[in-house]
Ligand binder design. Structure first.
Ligand code: SF4
Ligand code: SF4
Length: 444
């Protein structure tokens, strides 16, 4: 086995090129999954037979911090049918069938346009793109408060957010959706999105984070805007995976890491978002519209495509739009390094998915989850300085408290430990299992 790794990561060969974006037609029947953020389940907020306008809320979580909106206007055809999410959790769906033209006009997601920005963000459906996709509102609700309030409630959070880093490329170099978006971004819209984020957080410095392996020309227009607006530019090597992990970007640009005891990586004072989140913030706060589309990378036996599709569109329809079809040996929601195997192409697009990767029947490599041989390779390579071997054993044998005490939630699910493990252990799956168990015990 030839493994090339360095302190805090592995070297990956090559990266996919930049593609054009293909638009996929919105479905006439949108299947809206009630769990579209890590560990958050919304309750259906509509009844069968109800008429809904495009953009209306059809699901809301009990804390009022996460919402699901319908991307088409029409009639609610089904409520409550259960599906298994990529996280292995049973969740409900709401199905909306397209109705007449006047229901297709955008309905405001909130009535009070004078409400403060954070309140408007709350109902918008904007999520962050970090390891655990969470609503941006959940990420910002504490750190965006006035600093005097933060100082009074938590010593660790007293810093607030003073830097915003915008990732212009993918965490996983095998994906390309963000590169496609950064190639054709509307600079005014991007600037407007940054301005809204600055209003929300009070940040003083903006950083654009580029990939060194993409031609300079690709970033020319964004760099010119950065120059005009006094933003900083920094470039990392995407082949030194995971150079673009949110938790590491703050450390690399200003030497700050989040406090180990805290699980919100933005508590380092650096808010890391990607370019698509910036555009979503603008859609939500400038256009007053909820987020109902997603741009993802689709990789299959016929090649790679970048598509912009409507949330609620079945994956089978998205694949048909780019000419992919066949009997796949493995369906992975996400990229090769961090994706999760899934059972069906009937499952619809959700906002927490960044890619779909399909493996042909004959190309599937099955690993046996063998015993850990304590070689220590995973500990040497883990970018978060964890002990993945130990953590995976805790999760494998149900030692949930020990896993929690060994900083299980600091795992960013990058897959580096699985990549280097000579025993072929299912490391990320074990970490995800552990997080799901610990979270459900905390909430019980
Ligand atoms: S333990 Fe988590 S953070 Fe560390 S290498 Fe494994 S997946 Fe990445
Ligand atoms: S790399 Fe695999 S076998 Fe080696 S210590 Fe880590 S989990 Fe165990």
């Amino acid at each position: 086995m030839d493994i090339s790794f360095f302190k805090r990561g592995v070297k990956l060969s090559g990266r996919v090129p930049v593609f054009d974006i293909t638009d996929v037609k919105a479905p006439d029947r949108a299947v809206l999954v009630m769990s579209q953020e890590a560990g958050i389940e919304c309750k259906p907020a509509v009844k069968v037979g109800q008429t809904v306008e495009r953009g209306a809320v059809v699901g809301e979580d009990p804390d009022g911090e996460s919402f699901v909106h319908t991307p088409i206007g029409g009639r609610v055809a089904e409520v409550g049918a259960k599906v298994i999410s990529p996280q292995g959790i049973e969740t409900r769906t709401v199905v909306v069938e397209r109705g007449d033209e006047k229901l297709q006009a955008w309905a405001p997601a909130w009535k009070d346009e004078q409400g403060d920005l954070l309140e408007r963000l709350r109902v918008s459906g904007v999520i962050t793109s970090c390891t655990q996709p969470l609503s941006l509102y959940r990420t910002l609700k504490d750190v965006a408060r006035p600093r005097s309030v933060i100082a009074a409630t938590s010593r660790e959070l007293r810093r607030g957010i003073d830097h915003i880093a915008v990732r212009l490329t993918e965490f996983d170099p095998h994906l390309s959706a963000l590169d496609a978006q950064s190639a054709q971004v509307d600079l005014q819209q991007f600037s407007d999105g940054i301005d809204e984020l600055v209003k929300l957080t009070g940040a003083r410095q903006i950083w654009l984070v580029e990939d060194k392996n993409i031609a300079k020309k690709h970033y020319e227009a964004l760099e010119k805007t950065a120059d005009d607006r006094n933003w900083e530019i920094v470039a990392f090597d995407s082949r030194r995976y995971p150079a673009f992990a949110d938790a590491l970007i703050g450390k690399r640009i200003i030497g700050r890491e989040p406090p180990v005891a805290l699980q919100n990586i933005h508590d380092s004072g650096v808010l890391v978002v990607d370019l698509s989140t910036v555009l979503d913030v603008r859609t939500a706060l400038v256009e007053n519209r909820p987020i109902t589309k997603k741009t993802i990378t689709v990789t299959g036996p016929r090649g790679t495509n970048v598509v912009r599709a409507t949330i609620g569109t079945p994956y089978a329809d998205i694949l048909a739009a780019v000419g992919e079809s066949g009997d796949y040996g493995k369906i992975i929601l996400g990229g090769p390094m961090r994706g999760r195997a899934h059972h069906s192409l009937d499952y619809p697009l959700t906002r927490d998915v960044e890619a779909i990767t399909l493996v042909a029947q004959g190309d599937v490599v099955l690993h046996e989850n063998r015993m850990c041989i304590s070689c220590g390779l995973c500990t040497m390579a883990c970018p978060m300085r964890l002990s993945p071997g130990l953590l995976s054993r805790y999760c494998e044998f149900g030692q949930w408290e020990e896993a929690d005490n060994t900083h299980l939630f600091n795992c960013i699910e990058c897959g580096v430990c699985a990549y280097v493990c000579p025993a072929g252990r299912s490391m990320v799956q074990l970490m995800v299992l552990g997080k799901t168990e610990v979270s459900s015990r905390r909430n019980a």
